[in-house]
Structures are given as C-alpha cells and as structure tokens.
Design a protein around this ligand. Sequence first.
Ligand code: MTE
Length: 301
Amino acid sequence: MLIRRPDDIPSSEITPEGLYQNRRAFIGTAGTLALGALVAPANMGAAERQKDDITPEKDATTYNNFYEFGTSKEDPAENAKDFRATPWTVNVEGLVKNPRPYDINELLGRLTVYDRTYRMRCVEAWSMVIPWQGIQLRDIINRVEPLPSAKFVEFTTLFDPRRMPGQRSAVLPWPYKEALRMDEAMHPLTLFATGMYGKPLPNQNGAPLRLVVPWKYGFKGIKSIVKIRFTEAMPNTTWADANPREYGFYANVNPAVDHPRWSQAKERRIGEFLKRNTLPFNGYADQVASLYAGMDLRKFY
Ligand code: MTE
C-alpha cells in the first residue's frame, strides 16, 4: 500500500525509494507541482532564502513527541518498539453519509500515494524537513462523503493504556484529539501520512496513519488515528483543552505571535547550529494564507 505508482501520477512526482538521504529538498515542488511555490520565492529577503536539506532519518525517528509513549524525546522510539499497528480500524462518525468502521486498507485502498517533502515546525521552536508519503486527506474525505452540514473534522488517537504506556499517567487528557476546519482538511497540502523516507511510518512517528499539516505547529499532526468524526461545531482539541492560554485551535505557524512562555520568531532546525527565522505559515503562506483572510490571527492563534 505504501508507494503505489498509478499511471496518473507523472513520473516527475515520484521520488525513487532510497534517494532521500542527504538530498536537497525541493519543498513544495516535488509531488506538488500543481501547487507551485518554490522553497524560496524570488521576493524573499536574504534571511529567508535558506536551504532546506532533508533532516537525517535518524533524527526524525529518535527525537519525537508522542506522549502516549513517554514525554522525553527519546522515549517514543524506545517504548513504541513493540507496538503493533496491524490490523487497524478507523471509525468514521458524525455528519457523514454512512458512519461505520473502515479497515485501514478499505479506507485508503486505491487512493493515490504522494511523495511530499515538508518543513515541519514544532511549537517548541525546533523544526525538521521530512519526506512523507501519504494520501491527501481530501481524497479520503471525498470517499466517506460528509454531509453538507459538516464544518469541522475531528481526529482521535488510539486509547489503549496496555499498548501505550504513557496513557497510564495523566500528563494529557486522553485520548489525544485534534481537529481541522473543513477547508483546511480539504486543502491539497494536508496529508494522512502512511510513510516517511520511503518506508512505512515508524511507530514513534504515528503508525499506521497520522495527520500532516505543514503550515501548522506540529501538535496538530495527530498520530495513530482511530477515529474521524465530522461535526458542525468546532471540536475541543487536546492541547487547547489542557492549556487554552498557550495553545489554540488554529495553531498556524506565526512568528509574530509568541507562545506565552517563549518567542516563536526563530527556530532551531534539527542538525543545524544557528537559529533560522520562522516564516509565516511555515513558508506556505502563498498556498494557505487565503484560508484565513479577514481573521485576526492574534485572537485565533
Ligand atoms: N499525536 C499524539 N497522539 N500524541 C502526541 O503526543 N505530539 C504532537 C504530534 N502528534 C503528539 C501527536 C507533537 S507536539 C508534535 S511536535 C508531533 O506529533 C511530532 O511528530 P514527530 O515525532 O513525527 O516529529
């Protein structure tokens, strides 16, 4: 299921397996030619015209946030080693034509798998560049047919404290939940990732299925999803529930709005020494800023 190559993906959109290490990332072009936008548009200042080398796979798979497997960065790789992500069922619920459980293969089967290398920015002010393989969430949404009244889509992580030892302590209100507005979920940049670096998604990165929204802080990227629910009202989300002053629903990367306890103006790219400037919408503004036209992004953070 991982890297299918249907005839309708131009070969220019497919990165051969094994070419990820040390390769320069053509972010926003490889796999997304239709979306345009090079890494550094010509009108960017020198400070913004930065290289985006792919983060070493070792860093992306050993420096993780996945509190279900512990709160230290190295915990998930260690504690998720024996997690089994097969078989896997995703419950599709709420305002949808036919709410029911889907086996993951049925939910994703025959949908196009894209290669997308994205900058990823954590709210803790570090970042990585990760070559994902995944399905556009909009293709999945179209498959399950939400009702016109659906305005939001909510995602829930597996709750199973026997398999996810971090859930035995109350560091977060379990299960982990996240949500998107429908137009955000339907945006072609938004993926359900099933792989990275040309391999199936490692457990610590959210196997078998996790959300990837490159213009938002990493905590929106909910891992190991077992439920998709369509709603009319804005759903609660885990981090905003746990600490509403510090984490909002939108979580768009915004260097102009600091976290109450630290600045968001710069970031440390894992593997680099000097800090970089953080870009509005994580550098994807030309593709997504219009979703928020007229909104006060200080209020809707
Ligand atoms: N999803 C779940 N279920 N539990 C988590 O603790 N952490 C989030 C997000 N998804 C988290 C989660 C945070 S804070 C970040 S930065 C990203 O996962 C990290 O993803 P990565 O480990 O693949 O880099």
